[in-house]
Structure formats: structure tokens, C-alpha cells
Design a protein. Structure first.
Length: 123
């Protein structure tokens, strides 16, 4: 069996790739490298996986906290409270159910995909 060597891209199925890529571009500062009506991609930098967004006909948002989730993204942030506030201003929402017991925060992107923010390790 051949081993996987390197993760190159994580794709998010969505209704509007351009809009969702713009949200994550503002949230992360990553560079938009490709954008069409059906696909958009962000480059996280050398050696890091890209983040792609692909249009799916009749896409339905996942339901948090149950149903429809297949994966979610986690991000480390220097200032958790500030990051949450900034992302809420960009169009994220904060669901009532927060399982992290203040260790992390779950947000939903503008299309309803859950993602988590946790304090960056400052060692």
C-alpha cells in the first residue's frame, strides 16, 4: 500500500464559492489564487494545504450541532475574543451550543459550515 505523502487541498462544498472564499480570505489573510463561478481557492503559503471551495447544486448547509457535518476546520488564533468578534463582523454566526467549555469556540461561516477557533499555543 502506498502512503499518502502530503495533503494539498481541503475542499468545502458550498452554494457560492466566490462569497465563501472572500469570507475565509478576510478571516485568514490567505491569498485568493483562483476564482470562477464554480470554484475558488485560497493559498495558505508554501508547504501548507490550500483551501478550496466548490459549488454544489442544491447545496444545503450542515445543521449544527447535529446532522450533515462531515468535517470542520480548526484555526489557532492569538486572541480568541478578538478573533470571534472580528469573524462575527465578517458574517460568521455563533451558535448557542458550544461544547468547548471555553477551551475553543464554534462559529458558523456565512453558509453554515461549522469551524472552531482555539487559542494558539504561545510556548
Amino acid at each position: 500500500m502506498s502512503a499518502l505523502t502530503r495533503l494539498t487541498t481541503v475542499f468545502v462544498d458550498c452554494a457560492d464559492p466566490i462569497k465563501l472564499a472572500a469570507f475565509y480570505q478576510h478571516a485568514t489573510g490567505w491569498q485568493l489564487t483562483d476564482s470562477t463561478e464554480d470554484f475558488a481557492a485560497l493559498d495558505a503559503g508554501p508547504g501548507r494545504p490550500a483551501l478550496g471551495f466548490a459549488r454544489v447544486p442544491d447545496h444545503r448547509a450542515p445543521q449544527w450541532p447535529d446532522g450533515g457535518r462531515r468535517l470542520h476546520l480548526d484555526f489557532a488564533v492569538a486572541d480568541l475574543d478578538r478573533a470571534v468578534a472580528d469573524l462575527l463582523r465578517l458574517g460568521a454566526t455563533k451558535p448557542a451550543f458550544q461544547p468547548g467549555a471555553h477551551a475553543w469556540v464554534v462559529l458558523l461561516d456565512p453558509e453554515g459550515h461549522p469551524f472552531c477557533l482555539a487559542p494558539a499555543d504561545t510556548d
